[in-house]
Design a protein around this ligand. Structure first.
Ligand code: GRF
Length: 218
């Protein structure tokens, strides 16, 4: 089987990277991780990447005050490794419009909310302050505007009364680790198309029922 060549870009602990690597190690998974890149030499995820025997590369952003210079190096490293899909996984850096447009529909990102709600940082704090009953995560194609772009997969999780940021983060993160490998698999299987800035997935089935929150005690 010819596998899709994916790069994973991280800045921190890299738990989503691990979930993607674990999925790629499953027999018959249609993608392979050919490269891990971090913009932060101290990111703990890099240690895991090395232990797992993955090719990793640090592009230390401190060495590149100009965004265009950083992005030019990033682009050339991706091209050198013949990367076909870039998976941003906790990559805490905005990419330039030029780079995003060059890699249009070949960069995906995960965000810990049900986009387009709660774009940006400190998501869980704002979710809890807002009083919504559900949060979740979104995997989407990247566009120049932050946390914008066609949605590929979403997972909804309930917000519990009395939730803390830590509780909610853990619940959403568990959903992220299921949703991101699903998005990668669907793309690698060639089933995902962007049509007029929405995603169409061949053979996708949506759940039939609503999920209520709260529910009555049984
Ligand atoms: C995740 O919550 C992801 O949604 C967000 O940054 C966090 C990264 O976590 N973009 P990890 O480094 O994958 O553990």
């Amino acid at each position: 089987m010819v596998k899709l060549k994916a790069a994973i870009l991280i800045s921190g602990r890299g738990s989503n990277m691990r979930a993607l690597v674990a999925a790629c190690n499953e027999p018959g998974f249609p993608a392979e991780v050919v490269l891990v890149i971090s913009n932060n030499p101290d990111s703990s995820g890099l240690e895991y990447a090395k232990e797992a025997g993955l090719t990793s590369h640090v592009i230390d952003q401190k060495g590149f005050p100009k965004r265009a210079e950083f992005d030019a190096v990033l682009d050339s490293v991706l091209c050198d490794h013949k990367v076909e899909l870039v998976c941003l996984a906790g990559f805490m850096r905005i990419l330039s419009e030029e780079l995003v447009n060059k890699w249009r529909d070949r960069i995906i990102n995960i965000h810990p909310s049900l986009l387009p709600s709660f774009k940006g940082l400190n998501t869980h704090t704002r979710v809890l302050q807002s009083g919504v009953s559900f949060s979740g995560c979104t995997i989407h194609f990247v566009r120049p505007e932050m946390d914008d772009g066609p949605v590929i997969v979403q997972a909804a999780v309930p917000v519990h009364s009395g939730d803390t940021v830590e509780n909610l983060d853990a619940r959403v993160l568990a959903a992220e680790h299921r949703a991101y490998p699903l998005a990668l698999r669907l793309i690698a299987e060639g089933r995902v198309r962007v049509v007029e800035e929405t995603v169409k997935i061949d053979g996708a089935i949506a759940p039939a029922d609503a999920m209520l929150n709260p529910i009555e005690e049984s």
